[in-house]
Ligand binder design. Structure first.
Ligand code: ADP
Ligand code: MG
Length: 381
């Protein structure tokens, strides 16, 4: 069993940079877990601290119930795939894959067999005698994965495993990686700055900012209900609309219109309060005619994104004195796009509007727990 638990994990580099700031996180056994955040937020540092390549300045790390905080990397039973793959250029594919087994003092014959077997699982058999320089980026990445898999670690740690591949290959490799992780069932932590990749691959995601975790949840949870405006702006291929709002007469004054206060926030707001109204462009329906409960504005930009367009509208400020004019983005299916200059109406889908106070979600819902099936009695053994 190989759940990973971090408590108050802190890393301060010798130059004073606090890359991890008293971070608490639980990763369940067998989970495919993403660390997501902008460059410099501490993702690589966290992965390297789990691997033992960095020494924690405070707090602890447990893997499979064992406190590994002060153990060297070789005693942690983890395998890491580095962003640049770090293959040995002078060795064949076979020797690269077999290298960790050699370090573990497995005999030559057994490690050759083991390398060939792992290569076979990853479709690399025909390449065993080549050197890394004779491989494509995608093939090199598979060799790096094979090298990590060959010693059957308890935990895989992958640092931006797909970022060196071009866009098309990246999608292929993504599907491959997801399938491989399902088949192996090994607890896997992967780092990415690409929110689409995290949403597509992960069972759960931790969104990081400045050495801290801002939200942990399933892709659906972080997409539908970002816990704060940082996550709301970071997740989604088009960022969430975040618009100033004020509570008046039990309603929300937003962009020149009155909207109902979202159900979950109804008992938690007070008259005159200034809040931020959040709704994703995907959860707004565009109409060329007035519609009940619609916000109206003027179309300023129409961006063609293939099967749909992203339409930006300038909105009036209306009767909420503290909320200046703002703009909204709406996803419109192909064939229904307006023209710049048109007046348009947008209707929020029921149950998809969120309210933020001081950057935090106003909600009655309890934060989601670690998946029960994976942290139950089995994980305790
Ligand atoms: P990410 O992988 O999310 O881009 P990193 O973990 O690499 O972020 O870096 C987190 C912070 O720590 C950054 O401010 C970075 O400059 C700093 N940092 C990373 N490695 C070192 C190091 N070896 N020495 C000093 N500062 C570092
Ligand atoms: Mg990094």
């Amino acid at each position: 069993m190989s759940a990973i638990t971090m408590r108050e994990l802190t890393k301060v580099y010798p130059n004073g940079v606090r890359a991890l700031d008293a971070l608490d996180l639980e990763i369940a056994d067998g989970e495919f877990f993403a660390l997501l955040g902008p460059s410099g937020c501490g993702k690589t540092t966290l992965l390297r601290t789990i691997a033992g390549l960095e020494v924690a300045s405070g707090g602890n790390v447990h893997i499979g119930g064992r406190n590994v905080t002060n153990l060297p990397p070789g005693k942690r039973d983890v395998a890491m795939v580095f962003q640049d793959y770090a293959l040995f250029p002078h060795m064949t594919v076979q020797d690269n894959i077999a290298y960790p087994l050699r370090i573990k003092k497995m005999d030559r014959r057994s490690r050759g067999e083991k390398a060939a077997e792992t290569a076979d699982e990853l479709g690399l058999t025909a390449l065993l005698q080549r050197r890394p320089g004779q491989l494509s980026g995608g093939q090199q990445q598979r060799v790096a994965l094979a090298r990590a898999m060959a010693c059957h670690p308890q935990v895989f740690l992958l640092d931006e495993p797909l970022s060196n591949l071009d866009a098309r290959l990246r999608l292929e490799a993504r599907t491959f990686l997801k399938r491989l992780q399902r088949e192996l069932g090994v607890t896997t932590v992967f780092v990415t700055h690409d929110q689409a990749e995290a949403l597509a691959l992960a069972d759960r995601i931790a969104v990081m900012e400045g050495g801290r975790i801002r939200q942990v949840g399933t892709p659906t949870e972080v997409f539908r209900r970002p816990a704060n405006t940082f996550v709301a702006g970071f997740i989604g291929s088009t960022p969430m609309n975040l618009v100033d709002a004020e509570v008046h007469d039990g309603e929300l004054a937003v962009a020149g219109t009155r909207l109902p206060v979202p159900d979950e926030a109804r008992d938690r707001v007070s008259a005159g309060e200034k809040l931020v109204y959040g709704v994703r462009p995907e959860y707004l329906d565009y109409s060329p005619e007035p519609a009940p409960g619609a916000l109206s504005g003027q179309v300023v930009v129409v961006e063609n994104l293939g099967s749909f367009s992203l339409v930006s509208l300038d909105m009036p400020s209306g009767d909420a004195p503290a909320t200046p004019g703002t703009s909204l983005q709406v996803v419109v299916p192909e064939g229904r796009e307006p023209e710049p200059g048109d007046t348009g109406w947008v209707v929020p889908r029921p149950g998809r509007s969120l309210l933020y106070r001081d950057g935090e979600l106003v909600s009655t819902a309890a934060p989601p727990a670690v998946p029960a099936a994976r942290t139950g009695a089995d994980a305790e053994r």
